[in-house]
Design a protein around this ligand. Structure first.
Ligand code: PEP
Length: 255
């Protein structure tokens, strides 16, 4: 199972900046087995997919997907549209979607189901808030989010996840995202082990790659890459700049 280092650009980068980054990334990549993901804003999905055509190890991900395939949903983008734009996968359940845009937990399974129906790779994000952490209920929150997203999937989709390895979990403690305050790698490693166990129970033996996300940067990356339970990282701030993003990829190639 490959490792993943995925850039989440959020609502940053113009088309010109995105294309410059793509060229720099292609030039800066060495040989290695880590899958590199880039998640631009929706308008640039196709541009970036074209820019990375023929570069096997770089994939383009959307940052979100609608909970319906079509309909009167102003501002939404469906899984088919994301597939048409040439993206390989989609991030679902990012904490900014859950907490800023108030996405309902009941939407998660619908989104995941639709993405899998289009054969997109799903990066499903889970993680507790600071309040939940302080209450000591982090593991329960994460288990609940996993059950909400995966428990109700169709049997056929569960089988397809197992055979095609199309599900990745991103563990992102909400309090660590964009704050400059990362979780201790040993704690993230423990959470990753628990997530693997949990998902394997929900999906009859499928053990997913688990990524850590939350204020990762070139200074703290070795701590995460040093634990084999952590299969990669989902990166916001440090993914906007090639000088900071490339060392994160290299760290997981060495690990
Ligand atoms: C993210 O947005 O998924 C993230 C992890 O952001 P940052 O790396 O900036 O904490």
């Amino acid at each position: 199972m490959p490792g993943y280092v995925i850039a989440n650009w959020k609502m940053y980068k113009t088309k010109k900046e995105a294309l410059e980054f793509a060229e720099g990334l292609k030039d800066g990549l060495s040989q290695g087995g880590v899958v590199v993901g880039v998640s631009p804003a929706f308008p640039y999905l196709e541009t970036l997919s074209n820019a990375f055509r023929g570069v096997d190890r770089v994939c383009v991900f959307a940052q979100n997907v609608a909970f319906a395939e079509a309909g009167a949903f102003t501002g939404e983008v469906s899984a088919s549209m994301i597939e048409d734009a040439g993206a390989k996968g989609v991030i679902i359940g990012h904490s900014e979607r859950r907490h800023v845009f108030k996405e309902d937990p009941s939407w998660m399974v619908k989104k995941i189901q639709l993405a899998l129906d289009r054969e997109l790779v799903v990066v499903y994000c889970v993680g507790e808030t600071l309040e939940e952490r302080d209450l000591g209920v982090g593991p329960e929150v994460v288990s609940r989010q996993l059950a909400e997203g995966l428990g109700g999937l169709e049997d056929e989709s569960k089988a397809s996840i197992r055979s095609k390895e199309t599900l990745v979990i991103a563990y992102e403690p909400v309090w660590a995202i964009g704050t400059g305050r990362n979780m201790e790698p040993i704690e993230a490693k423990e959470a990753a082990s628990l997530i693997k166990k949990n998902v394997s129970e929900l999906l009859e033996g499928y053990v997913p790659p688990v990524l850590y996300g939350g204020s990762v940067n070139p200074r703290n990356i070795q701590g995460f890459a040093g634990h084999f339970e952590i299969d990669g990282v989902l990166v916001g701030g440090a993914s906007l700049d090639l000088g900071r993003f490339l060392p994160l990829i290299k760290a997981f190639e060495r690990a």
